[in-house]
Design a protein around this ligand. Sequence first.
Ligand code: PGA
Length: 272
Amino acid sequence: MTSSSAEYTRAELWSARPAGERMIIGNWKAGCRTASESVDLSRSVTAALSPVPAGVRVVVCPAFTALGAVRTLLGDGILLGAQDLFWEDQGAYTGAITGPMLTDLGCVCALVGHSERRRLFGETDDVVARKLRACWRHGLMPVLCVGESLAQREAGATASVLQAQVRSGLSGCAPGPLAIAYEPIWAIGTGRAATPRDCADGLAVIRACVAEIWPSLSPVPCLYGGSVTTENCAGFWGAGTADGALVGGVSLKAGEFATICRIAADGGRADS
Ligand code: PGA
């Protein structure tokens, strides 16, 4: 991917998104132990998605250390994203990976506020809000991850948790490129995906909240994440609910990830 095509796709990823196009994002997490494993995976994903079907926008998010190598190997139509970023742009911030570093490597988007970052790295809503702003300063589309814990769900607090997470991220900001991933924490990496109904309910709350904060904005792409597989994926967008998926564990299996992308491109029919 050249930097000029990265410029093009960065803008196009959001603002020129054709109606009905689905977005499938593979979050590789720390699933590849080395950059060479990520290189092998990117070759396999490219081979399995050659060509990328029309109607789906595909993004993969490797580890930071593999971004440079993976960038040169991804096939046409497979975009590069980051799993996180730091909120400042430059300076004495040991270990930080900044927005300019990511755009320099061809990233078009970054996950922000993933529940693993919130839980394991202590990220607060304030940190998440700063990271969103860092994305917008550098033309990265943030994928804001929100979701309730099992305890919050059982206490009937799902809607209020989602509203608080969306509001704290977006309030006081001018509308900018954005996707939101609804990822119930209890569904991530557990094999216990939300039901399509749970997904639809969560997304309805999120969409209403975004419309209240940014009334002039055209609809924000809303994804579902949490134990997405080839078998269950169509249920999340079949009834026109989610605009795509954020896929963790299964994104490390090139063939299955490609199948999810093809099902998404085919209008959500599982029999494609
Ligand atoms: P999972 O992860 O698909 O392995 O549940 C999803 C995510 O964390 O984004």
